[in-house]
Design a protein around this ligand. Sequence first.
Ligand code: UDP
Ligand code: MG
Length: 317
Amino acid sequence: MIRVSIVAPAFNEAANTVPFHAAVRRALADDPAQAEILFVDDGSTDRTAAAVRRLAESDPLVRLVRLTRNFGNQAAFLAGIAAASGDAIITMDADLQHPPAELPKMLEAWRNGARAVRMVRRRNPDAGLAERLTSGLFHRLLRMLTNLPLAEGAGDFQLIDRSVAAKVLRFSDARPFYRGMVTWLGVSAVEIPYTAAPRGGGRSRIRLRKRLRLSLDAITALSIRPLRLALLLGFGAIVLSAAYLAAVLIAWFCGHSVRGYPTIIFTVVFLGAVQLISIGVLGEYIGRIFEQSRHLPPYVVDGEPLPKNEERQRGGQ
Ligand code: UDP
Ligand code: MG
């Protein structure tokens, strides 16, 4: 029997679990594969886990992985992939923004031989200018820094084959960036455009601070170019100051008195900024080396995933 795993991290999504489950079941009603729906409770403080348990009572293919605390959705995806038993694993948000109606298309591409299927969000015409600008800028920056063909609009909504999942699980980043892993692995993916839906209920769980951290994680996980940029910045500063010195000397020989105060302020501030930025970039990487050197797991599972794979297999479905 072909198995498909739907992996959905949920952080305080009690209101969305039932509609999400229903939408997935509706979308896969005609699919011959047996689909398990694996919720990863990422340290929710609401009744998400209880809601999933209740679902599992009526649908034996609903499973729950509980993390001991909030580890962030990227780590939660990996926890779900590690616990999934499917031949194809589909990762998607539990808030219905990744429309379950797209699932059949993804499975069709997989059955046609794709090892990875990447869903690419169409531009949201309603998105505010700020959102469009920052998202566009971030992806341009990420592509520039990593040299990886990361499509704008490509997120966590993906299908990966079991063989790819095995490769993904070999990463041992303390701060994983699941989104970039498939691209990094060089696994070619079929891309399917989709239109994101509005959130089912509640508000976005990823606040600005988390989003910024995720962006930093993305960049540092995939590239060391910022370190080189710091070096370039340093060289740039040297060239600039040399040019400035030349200009001052020429002016002096031509008999112009040099008025120093503003230039001194400018130089001090400029060099100070260059140094602070470089130290900051260094610090980001050193902090991550430190974290990595402690061999911390990216997430910790609370007890065993429910129900266990073996139990389910014995239970004869
Ligand atoms: N999520 C999570 N842990 C977190 C934050 C979010 O597991 O710390 C889940 C959340 O429940 C949702 C998905 O990750 O299923 C995407 O989160 P959200 O909708 O808040 O992000 P956005 O869609 O605004 O980028
Ligand atoms: Mg969302």
